[in-house]
Design a protein around this ligand. Structure first.
Ligand code: FE2
Ligand code: FE2
Length: 321
């Protein structure tokens, strides 16, 4: 039983919505606003509107190359697909594999250029932690603009070109997978919180998650990067798991005011870490590849149940549940 690319895309978006930190209503408002914006455009401007925005609330997740009707029996799942992964898949196919689709996490092509459009998800994450909307909004706006300007320099279609030339369908699933990570870790922390006292209790508990255990075996275990393993946990906040990319480094002051003591993040730049440390926050970094793998695995398991064969590579730590 193969799945079409359309069916895979629909499954990805539905799962992203189900695990989204925002309410269903909020996501529907976003789609409604996109439809209204499209309607208002004059004929000349309509061809430039990314029509996927009318149905897909995740601007950083797209079918980058290929036809929606293509049947997929085998896919190559990865965290990053660069030109080398496209060549690798082509080589594997030459050796007898029949890979119908490259299914990567991080955005490429047109999905990369609109990365900042998913950043407002961070408003919901911060809102749940007690940071008022006006604060998050005002901090996110300049940060998103800065990222947009930096993206102007990017050779964004290079990988898509490789997929096109090799005729290998190519899609990415970024924020939907990251939403799974956010929800999963929030639930995990909530369930275990009463049994934990120190940061080291949480870093140890995280090893119960197979992707983090795998990461640990490859010298990439969850680690305390601010505070010490014997610091008390206090109020734990799962941040920096979803919402496109890291937000404004001034958000840590707001998190401090909201009563947060410990932050759980996938990865953190030194500039962010220093600002968070100045706000007396403890930080546990869970590991970029193991965390991104967790979200992808939760989606890949669903695809395998629909009889799609998964070949993993490109940094994905594949675990089946
Ligand atoms: Fe991610
Ligand atoms: Fe990532």
């Amino acid at each position: 039983m193969a799945q079409t690319i359309q069916q895979i895309y629909d499954l990805v978006i539905a799962g992203g919505r189900k695990n989204d930190p925002r309410t269903k209503k909020e996501i529907d408002v976003q789609l409604k606003e996109a439809r209204e914006a499209y309607k208002k455009l004059d004929k000349k401007k309509k061809p430039y509107f990314d029509k996927d925005r009318l149905k897909n609330p995740y601007a950083d997740s797209r079918v980058i190359y290929g036809k929606m009707s293509t049947k997929v029996k085998t896919l190559f799942a990865c965290i990053d697909a660069e030109v080398q992964e496209i060549l690798l898949v082509n080589e594997l196919n030459k050796q007898g594999e029949k890979i119908d689709l490259i299914f990567t996490h991080h955005p490429e092509g047109l999905a990369l250029m609109d990365l900042t459009k998913v950043m407002p998800i961070q408003e919901a994450v911060m809102g749940d932690l007690g940071v008022p909307i006006n604060v998050t909004e005002k901090l996110l706006d300049p940060r998103a603009k800065k990222i947009d300007r930096a993206l102007h320099a990017d050779n964004f279609n290079r990988v898509a070109d490789a997929a096109r030339l090799m005729e290998i369908p190519f899609m990415n699933c970024h924020t939907p997978a990251d939403n799974y990570v956010h929800k999963y870790l929030e639930k995990f922390v909530k369930e275990k919180r009463s049994k934990m006292r120190y940061l080291k209790d949480l870093t140890e508990a995280l090893l119960d998650i197979p992707e983090f255990a795998m990461g640990a075996k490859m010298n990439s275990a969850p680690v305390v990067v601010a505070g010490s393993p014997s610091s008390k946990l206090g109020k734990v906040a799962v941040t920096g798991m979803t919402g496109g990319t890291s937000g404004n480094e001034d958000i840590y002051e707001a998190l401090n005011k909201a009563g947060v003591s410990t932050i759980l993040a996938m990865h953190m730049s030194e500039a962010h870490r220093e600002k968070a440390e100045k706000q007396y926050l403890n930080i546990i970094v869970t590991g970029h590849m193991s965390s991104d793998s967790l979200g992808m695995n939760l989606i890949l398991d669903q695809l395998e149940k629909k009889k799609v064969k998964v070949i993993s590579g490109g940094g994905l730590l594949r675990v089946k549940r």
